[in-house]
Design a protein around this ligand. Structure first.
Ligand SMILES: NC(=O)c1ccc[n+]([C@@H]2O[C@H](COP(=O)([O-])OP(=O)(O)OC[C@H]3O[C@@H](n4cnc5c(N)ncnc54)[C@H](O)[C@@H]3O)[C@@H](O)[C@H]2O)c1
Length: 256
């Protein structure tokens, strides 16, 4: 994997990634493992996640990533995963709240049950993961929490209101937690991806028409790839960003 920067302070650190088994999350898992971090990640995609951990180990990572199966809709299971990750790797000092699911849904078809389910996937675990790791960060003398937002709502993308609402809410959580825990050296930021060319996006949505939309929208040529998001995540996790908190960091090729 291409490595643009090495952050010595990330080596050996205990990192927790949600949805780290595929898409952008897999790039995060790879990128932190390449820094020598001790990565634990949760996901529901069992086969993909196990294969990812194996391949990273086979490529010679210092620490094989620890995959923990967990459906984030189950908060007790999330808490248990955080506990197990810390038992294996020590107090977690970097949390990447990456997991989400951008399933489309028409307004008129949304039921209360469906709405609650989307929030249970895209919003609720972000707070409870932070709640679970904050005492560890306090003990360790600091930490970095990175919540994943989205340009979708900024670009007025329709067709998935529960998702866009959940993604917009990341800023509010980020800024509130940044104030509550900033004096304890816990930094909280929102990483806002543009349209990122994951396998899933390429398969489902990146049509020739969408390609033209990206070219017209982005200031930069080329495509945003998972690695570009991982590069920003490494920076926000490391001491290189030690006075950055309560902010949003947008990696969208200059679209918004
Ligand atoms: N790809 C993009 O273009 C894009 C754009 C803007 C924002 N984002 C944000 O970036 C983050 C990652 O996006 P992505 O495109 O890689 O998503 P993805 O859907 O490709 O991957 C998400 C990962 O989370 C896992 N996951 C889903 N539901 C889960 C659950 N209930 N419990 C545990 N794990 C679960 C999936 O198995 C998968 O590995 C998300 O927060 C997303 O909102 C992505």
């Amino acid at each position: 994997m291409e490595q643009n920067a090495i952050y010595p302070d990330l080596a050996g650190r205990s990192i927790f990634i949600t949805g780290g088994g595929s898409g952008i999350g897999a790039a995060l898992t790879r990128a932190f493992a390449a820094q020598g971090s001790k990565v634990a990640f949760v996901d529901i995609a069992r086969e993909e996640s196990e294969a990812l951990a194996e391949s990273i180990a086979a490529e010679g990572a210092r620490h094989k990533p620890l995959f923990l199966f967990c459906d984030l809709r189950d908060i007790e299971a999330l808490r248990d995963s955080v506990r197990r990750a810390a038992e294996a790797h020590g107090d977690i000092t970097v949390l990447l709240n990456n997991a989400a699911h951008d399933e489309r849904h028409a307004v008129e078809r949304v039921t209360v049950e469906y709405w609650d389910d989307r929030i249970a996937v895209n919003m609720r675990p972000v707070f409870f993961a932070a709640q679970a790791v904050i005492p560890m960060m306090q003990r360790a003398g600091g930490g970095s929490i990175i919540n994943f937002g989205s340009v979708s709502w900024k670009l007025r993308q329709g067709g998935m209101p529960a998702y866009t609402m959940a993604k917009a809410s990341m800023q509010g959580l980020t800024r509130g937690l940044a104030r509550d825990f900033g004096k304890q050296n816990i930094r909280v930021n929102t990483l806002v991806p543009g349209w990122v060319m994951t396998e899933r996006q390429l398969k489902l949505w990146v049509t020739p028409e969408a390609e033209r939309e990206i070219d017209a929208g982005q200031a930069l040529a080329g495509r945003v790839r998972p690695q570009h998001i991982a590069d920003m995540a490494l920076f926000l996790a490391s001491g290189a960003s030690s006075m950055c908190s309560a902010q949003e960091f947008v990696v969208d090729g200059g679209w918004t």
